[in-house]
Design a protein around this ligand. Structure first.
Ligand SMILES: [Zn+2]
Length: 553
């Protein structure tokens, strides 16, 4: 194949290649691959004649549904903030989609959360000139009632908490800038590419000094940074302006608000800097804000569970795992729309290729991951029989990339099983993947940890970065267009094949644990990660209940 890849035939047009002799049939198929189409050729390259693996490959590569699933979920339904109507719509869509495929599915309530509906956000600079600013409300922010206009001020540079207290009444009727103003909104890699070494060093030194001065400015107020928004709100501020730049072009992380009555608004690095400079230099910035938001009270929250029942060992389980919720600055495309679509598509492939599995195959689309793995932790706690009967769990949650690393999570015998499974999966998929044996057990970060803590065989299908942490993770740019669909297709086929092979494996994956590495602080072996209780209701509700003296759930 490599020989043909570099041969002139591979560079012919598709039509010419198709017209070539039978000798060039393989080259024609490679030409299709070169043109970026699915690769039907590889079905013939499977190392075994296993009809199930062949069917999974054909269905997943030639009749893939990943684009259609992702487009509906991310564009039409949109982001899936815990407790939002978007999350609820996504749960209903997933159940309906599974049922359409003939797969039983249900939404299983695990608790409640603070319900909130995001409306529009408009932020306009009116003075000293007109400009529509790029920004949005943080999640769970209060809105405005209609349009609110007011001047913009920065957090003052005071010498003492007393001086800050004396200044506080001045925020009444004003918007307050409380984030560090980045001196440059160019990513570092851009500076490294274009700046002279001297000016790169000067920029870095200036930024360091400015950052230190800003930290000192916050400290001088005597108010912890997390509590500043609430403090300013109580003093009568019209709204809080922040900017959590993600160090790439045009990207900000959009997390949750810390105000109760006035809006918390995140502005782009550029527009935040603009307002900050205007305010610091007394050029009188005035903005108008219109932000709509609705609190819906404490609402039920769910995991979506889909099941293909096992025929021979129904009480043993293969679990396909991906959190369903997201932050809502973008569409939650790579966190974790891609993991969601991977698992849904894998279930569709399994239903088509392997409808009567030996062991039960479950897809778990967890709620509340972003607030602390709450959905998966609750599922593990509520279903000890599934944790007990778990043959293998495959979780995917770090972006759109093809899977490149799978750790055995500290289970010493798991590698032998993966070795047998990988021997039967096409090299087109496995050649990208490094198995880490025995690995160390993950204590958090994504939902596999909710099962690893019990010592159950739960694995993370870890993906190639595609600049995940800077550009898409929890950002305003985590949108449909960022998805690398060939990689998602690859991952869905991989997951379906692993699920099939794990479901058929004559042996259970043993739970023997590794000797844990030494903790340098204590000189003792580290502990296996402990299981944590899920948070079954929002902090707001918990506080209210505690205030009434009611015993918690
Ligand atoms: Zn995630």
């Amino acid at each position: 194949m490599k020989r043909f890849r570099s041969a002139p035939a591979a560079r012919r047009t598709l039509a010419a290649a198709l017209a070539a002799s039978r000798f060039f049939a393989m080259a024609a198929l490679i030409a299709i691959a070169v043109l970026g189409r699915p690769v039907p050729l590889a079905a013939q390259a499977l190392p075994t004649g296993d009809p199930v693996l062949r069917r999974i490959w054909e269905e997943g590569m030639e009749r893939s549904q990943v684009e259609a699933l992702a487009q509906t979920l991310l564009d039409s339904i949109g982001p899936r903030l815990t407790g939002s109507p978007g999350m609820q719509a996504a749960h209903e869509w997933a159940v309906a989609t599974y049922r359409r495929w003939g797969i039983e599915a249900r939404n299983e309530q695990y608790g409640t959360w603070r319900g909130w509906r995001r409306g529009i956000t408009h932020i306009d600079l009116l003075r000293p000139r007109v400009r529509t600013l790029e920004g949005t409300m943080l999640a769970w922010s209060p809105g405005t009632r209609g349009r609110v206009t007011g001047p913009v001020v920065t957090l003052p540079d005071v010498r003492s908490p007393e001086e800050f207290e004396a200044w506080l009444p001045q925020v009444k009727g004003k918007f307050v800038l409380v984030s560090f103003p980045q001196p440059t909104c160019r990513p570092d890699e851009n500076w490294e590419r274009w700046a002279t070494p001297q000016s790169l060093e000067r920029m870095r030194a200036a930024r360091r000094a400015a950052q230190e001065a800003w930290t000192a400015r916050i400290r001088a107020t005597g108010v912890p940074e997390r509590e500043l928004p609430a403090r300013l709100e109580r003093a009568g501020a019209l709204g809080i302006l922040t900017s959590r730049w993600s160090q790439g072009w045009g990207v900000n992380k959009i997390f949750d608000a810390r105000t109760e009555r006035v809006p918390s608004l995140d502005l782009s690095c550029e527009d935040y800097g603009l307002l900050f400079r205007l305010a610091e230099r007394n050029q009188g910035p005035v903005i108008r804000v219109e932000a709509e938001a609705e609190f819906l009270g404490e609402v039920p929250v769910y995991n979506t569970i889909a099941v293909i029942p096992g025929t021979e060992r129904p009480n043993e389980y293969v679990l396909l795992s991906a959190h369903f919720d997201s932050w809502d600055g973008g569409s939650g495309a790579t966190d974790n729309g891609t993991g969601t679509v991977t698992m849904m598509e894998a279930m569709r492939l399994l239903k088509a290729a392997y409808p009567n599995p030996k062991r039960t195959i479950i897809a778990g689309h967890w709620g509340g991951e972003e607030q602390g793995l709450n959905g998966s932790r609750a599922f593990a706690a509520d279903h000890p029989e599934i944790v007990e009967g778990l043959q293998a769990l495959f979780n995917q949650d770090n972006g759109t990339g093809r899977v490149t690393t799978i750790s055995m999570q500290g289970l010493v015998e798991a590698g032998a099983h993966f070795g047998r499974w990988f021997a039967r999966i096409p090299e087109e998929i496995t050649r990208h993947i490094t198995l880490v044996i025995p690995g160390t057990p993950g204590g958090g970060g994504s939902d596999y940890a909710s099962f690893v803590c019990y010592g159950a065989p739960a694995f993370s299908l870890s993906s190639l970065s595609w600049d995940y942490s800077t550009y898409t993770w929890h950002t305003n740019r985590d949108t449909y267009d960022k998805i690398a669909f060939d990689d998602v297709r690859n991952n869905a086929v991989l997951t379906a094949m692993l699920a099939y092979l794990a479901a058929e494996d004559p042996e259970r994956v043993p739970r023997e644990r590794r000797v844990m590495p030494t903790d340098p602080r204590t000189g003792q072996p580290r502990d296996w990660p402990a299981c944590r209780q899920p948070q079954r209701r929002s902090a707001t509700a918990a506080a209210e209940v505690a205030g009434q003296g009611t015993v918690g759930r």
